[in-house]
Design a protein around this ligand. Structure first.
Ligand SMILES: Nc1ncnc2c1ncn2[C@@H]1O[C@H](COP(=O)(O)OP(=O)(O)O)[C@@H](O)[C@H]1O
Ligand SMILES: CC(C)(COP(=O)(O)O)[C@@H](O)C(=O)NCCC(=O)O
Ligand SMILES: [K+]
Length: 284
């Protein structure tokens, strides 16, 4: 017989910029969409990082999570990095978890039908974010994930009477994120310097740096709006909710977007999707 509660879980998302962790308390069934992590952390994780530091960081995170009611019993990882960054992380993560009797699942099934032409090439974070959005909203939407890249994707819910699939991933757009925009400008013009994208800058820049900040930040906001509008329209989701996630989402949300329509923010969309997939995987 299945227990009423899911086990406490660790979810990890290795993106191009950072490793994100969330620990989740034991949840009631059907509560993934409304859950808040007991603990969250973002660890820099690049090539050639000291594994000792990662071990320490992970152990400290797991202790903090346990103190907040999430003594982790199961764990899963999503990665969009290549094997050179993913393999050492999996090794370290597995080793740390093993000392606590916890098994790590790598890339659990996201549970969506992937309708893209080359499904295996779609980044795992896009699929997990889409799954997370379905958990959050219970219906189709446009997902905007602002990290190294800015992805704008469409997902629709599956048939509630059927057990599979949970939904359908329809694809979308991959645009540069704020840092890629800033770097492209800095390397593309002799007079142009590297700026740090930050929220709330004026559009009317009156020195080079301010004009670059404006172009990156307001350009990103404009791109997000236009992509969400067009992706939504082509996916039959013209009036649907837009859900914004990713480490740089603040650039879209502050000041308040000029877009009309229903907008939601969820810092944990990818990790929420990984959680849903993991709990299904362990059948708990
Ligand atoms: N405080 C911040 N203000 C603005 N941007 C930030 C901040 N923290 C992180 N970022 C941006 O978020 C990106 C990381 O977001 P994340 O979703 O973790 O990316 P990825 O999934 O590519 O690893 C960084 O590249 C940076 O552009
Ligand atoms: C588009 C992405 C770079 C986004 O990654 P992120 O910005 O979150 O690090 C990643 O999902 C990826 O590498 N995708 C592979 C190409 C594809 O999704 O079609
Ligand atoms: K991301």
């Amino acid at each position: 017989m299945k227990a009423n509660r899911h086990p406490a879980a660790l979810t990890a998302d290795l993106g191009n910029s950072a490793l994100k962790l969330a620990a989740w308390r034991p949840l009631e069934r059907g509560a993934i969409g409304a859950a808040h992590p007991a603990a969250r952390a973002t660890l820099e994780h690049g090539k050639g990082d000291d594994p000792g530091r990662l071990v320490e960081g992970l152990a400290a995170f797991l202790d903090q999570a346990a103190a907040s009611g999430a003594a982790v019993q199961v764990a899963a990882l999503s990665s969009v990095a290549g094997p050179e960054r993913t393999a050492p992380l999996v090794e370290t993560l597995s080793a740390v978890l093993k000392t606590r009797g916890v098994e790590l699942y790598c890339g659990p099934d996201h549970g969506l039908a992937n309708l893209c032409d080359e499904p295996h090439t779609v980044g795992a974070d896009r699929l997990f974010a889409a799954r997370g959005a379905l958990e959050l909203l219970g219906r189709g939407c446009v997902v905007i994930d602002v990290g190294s890249a800015m992805t704008v994707d469409a997902v629709v819910a599956g048939d509630p009477d059927a057990t599979e699939p949970r939904g359908r991933f329809l694809g979308g757009a991959i645009a540069p994120g704020p840092w890629l925009l800033a770097q492209a400008l800095a390397t593309g013009g002799a007079q142009l310097k590297l700026i740090e994208p930050r929220a709330g800058v004026p559009a009317l820049g009156q020195v080079t740096g301010a004009a670059l900040e404006s172009g990156v930040v307001h350009g990103l906001r404009g791109a997000a709006f236009e992509l969400a509008r067009r992706v939504g329209a082509e996916a039959g989701l013209a009036d649907s909710v837009r859900v914004v996630t990713g480490g740089a989402r603040g650039l879209l949300l502050d000041p308040e977007p000029f877009w009309t329509g229903d907008l939601r923010e969820d810092p944990d969309l990818v990790l929420r999707g990984v959680l849903a997939a993991l709990l299904e995987r362990v059948g708990a």
